[in-house]
Design a protein around this ligand. Structure first.
Ligand code: SF4
Length: 327
């Protein structure tokens, strides 16, 4: 690890001013950034500690939205009464990720900003990685790609986004609040992550000088039934091969609204509106769920090692919807 300067910011605006220094990066829990610094993937000249900015509360707004400060730890967010009671799918997703020790350190803002765990990206010993070095190629394309994307596989990078929390937030239509030199803005979660087309080194639409300040969960429009299903190679401390966040609302025994997002299948959480549309107005039957699952994976173009992921994802959609519907 190279030497770097450490600065602790006392206010959000001071942090934003500090991060304008050449080579400066925000630092919160450090659960991903420090790993990347140790391997030489990241080499910041300055770390601006944003861990003491007072962004560590979960609050209920006047409109009924739940606002989670970006400095709230994953453990606190997952176990907070407002999250557990109103957005259980989010609590389940967070608790399915990492380990207790990491969740105690990792923050909500950092969770959104974490980078892919593609092994070729994580190891600078591999020269070809468009995400580390745009234009250098992609070692995963003709290498080990069993865990990689099945959607948008014609792009320069086929890595998947690793966050479970982001998949649940996508199903919940969350808003990400950021502040930068030009002021505050709110980014719908569906516009937060980007596909690796023109700039495969970019994961999201946040500028380097912008700090995530909070994540806002819209007010519930009525009782819902949700489930987060994560399928992985081992039961703990592993990233998703496939995950599904499913949230259903019922009018009697008819599905009134549906939100379904997939993880482990693309460079960003993958919302599936065509599948959702097929569910609305139908009863919670296996036939309806299988139709939705087929629609959810429509357009998947897996490379040779990943064909199993399409079947796995379809079965996971059916299982997540069945479990959610059962309440
Ligand atoms: Fe790099 Fe993406 Fe290819 Fe992995 S999949 S080697 S992160 S370009």
């Amino acid at each position: 690890m190279r030497t770097f300067e450490y600065r602790r910011a006392e206010t959000v605006d001071a942090a934003i001013a500090e991060v304008s220094a050449p080579g400066a990066r925000f630092y919160a829990g450090g659960s991903n950034l420090l790993d990347l610094m140790k391997t030489g993937v990241e080499n910041p000249a300055v770390l601006v500690d944003v861990g003491r900015l007072g962004l560590d509360e979960v609050t209920l707004s006047d409109t009924g939205a739940v606002v989670i400060g970006s400095g709230v730890t994953n453990t606190t967010a997952a176990n907070h009464a407002l999250v557990r009671s109103r957005y259980p799918v989010l609590s389940q997703a967070i608790l399915s990720g990492a380990t207790t020790q990491i969740r105690n350190m990792a923050t909500v803002g950092g969770n959104l900003m974490q980078r892919t765990r593609c092994p070729y990206f994580m190891d600078p010993g591999f020269d070809r990685c468009n995400k580390r070095d745009p234009g250098s190629g992609c070692a995963a394309r003709d290498g080990f790609n069993r865990e990689h994307a099945v959607f948008a596989t014609d792009l320069p990078c086929i890595a998947v986004h690793p966050s479970d929390m982001a998949v649940a937030l996508t199903s919940l239509d969350a808003l990400v609040h950021v502040r930068g030199p030009q002021g505050d803005r709110a980014i719908p979660i569906g516009e937060f992550f980007v596909l690796p087309d023109v700039h495969p080194d970019r994961d999201n639409t946040v500028a380097a000088t912008e700090l995530i300040t909070a994540v806002e969960l819209p007010p519930n429009s009525g009782p819902s039934r949700g489930w987060y299903l994560k399928v992985r190679d081992r039961h703990s401390y592993a990233f998703a091969l496939v995950s599904v966040a499913a949230v259903l609302r019922f009018d009697g025994d008819v599905i009134e609204s549906a939100a379904v997002a997939l993880g482990g299948v693309a460079a960003r959480p993958w919302r599936v509106p065509a599948a959702e549309a097929l569910l609305i107005g139908r009863r919670a039957t296996m036939e309806a769920f299988r139709c939705a699952a087929d629609a959810a994976l429509d357009g998947a173009a897996p490379l040779s090692q990943k064909e199993f992921k399409v079947t796995l994802a379809k079965n996971s959609v059916v299982r997540a919807l069945t479990t959610a519907a059962a309440g």
